[in-house]
Ligand binder design. Structure first.
Ligand code: PMP
Length: 305
């Protein structure tokens, strides 16, 4: 089944359907170094979402979930990676270029490489976000529980806008003008000791990190709430952070509010302007959890070796 290609030798046809129309589905997964070798965090959940995403794009995966799990493990082994970011992609490949991929077969690729902090090494000290004037794609427009390549065009454009404005990352409001998510991250806030995040009814992908953190917070005795986050809640929070497989946990300490096209753009400090205590506690526990240091969460790890 399949073949390994050296990084510099992997080639796809320029008329690949997905290259033109974004007709692909993907996952972002991390494996961490543990005392028992590399372990993939929540591989089963990532694979369930991957197969679900393929279904939304009407794709028939040529490989089963079990087969793809074996491919992921062998890519990590083949590359001798101690830790990795893993990118499986199912895509409509070369065949026809009409919008309907009637003769474009579905192909799978899996890449893996060492990838440090997604928002930069300084992210743990706090990131500066740009609250966009553009609203997040709405849950009434497509199934937001799927990770579809083309949908990420909005994330790329808005991530670039945020950086043009001198910020580290973007934050989307939704059509209801509540806080939705980052281009590739969920958002949590803390107020008076309660940790709050939103859900799919607010036009967000309910991330796997998000659900892990909700469980970790419960275990730490931190009160949690799932409810809409208004812009005011966010700006007046004691603490705020991003969560995601790539970004892990990144405290949000400053925001540039450009969310209303006709209102002046304004800077806000979130909380004390430094990573808060609850954020730090959750971040440390998550870091230990993914590295196999906490027995209770061992069940979330798939050892590669
Ligand atoms: N929202 C979006 C739009 C994302 O792309 C991601 C990353 N997959 C997340 C949230 C966080 O999801 P997860 O924790 O599963 O990585």
């Amino acid at each position: 089944m399949g073949k390994f290609y050296a990084w510099s030798e992997a080639i796809i046809h320029p008329m690949t359907h997905a290259l033109h129309y974004g007709n692909s589905v993907f996952e972002g997964i991390r494996a961490y170094k543990t005392p028992k070798g590399p372990a993939v965090f929540r591989l089963n959940e990532h694979m369930d979402r991957f197969m679900h995403s393929a279904g939304i794009l009407k794709m028939k995966s040529p490989y089963s979930k079990k087969e793809i799990i074996e491919v992921i493990k062998s890519v990590i082994k083949q590359n001798d990676l101690e830790s990795a970011y893993i990118r499986p992609l199912l895509f409509y490949s070369y065949g026809n270029l009409g919008l309907i991929p009637k003769s474009s077969p579905v192909e799978l690729l899996v890449g893996a490489w060492e990838w440090g902090a997604y928002l930069g090494e300084n992210a743990l000290k706090g990131v500066y976000v740009y609250i966009l004037p553009w609203r997040r794609v709405h849950h009434s427009q497509y199934d937001m529980s799927a990770k579809l390549g083309g949908i990420y065009v909005q994330s790329t454009i808005c991530g670039l806008i945020a950086r043009e404005k001198g910020c580290d990352e973007a934050v989307f409001l939704n059509l209801e003008k509540n806080v939705a998510e980052g281009p590739g991250e969920n958002i949590f806030i803390c107020k008076n000791g309660v940790l709050k995040t939103n859900d799919k009814s607010e036009s967000v992908l309910e991330g796997i990190t998000r659900s892990s953190l909700l469980e970790i917070a419960d275990d730490l005795g931190i009160k949690t709430q799932i409810a809409p986050i208004t812009k005011q809640d966010f700006l007046e929070a004691d603490e705020a952070f991003f969560s995601g497989t790539a970004a892990e946990i990144a405290p949000i300490t400053k925001a540039k509010d450009a969310s209303e096209k006709d209102a002046p753009v304004k800077d806000h400090v979130i909380g004390s302007g430094k990573p808060g205590e609850i954020t730090k506690k959750i971040s440390e526990t998550y870091s230990d959890c993914v590295r196999g240091k906490i027995k209770k969460y061992q069940q979330w790890l798939t050892y590669v070796g």
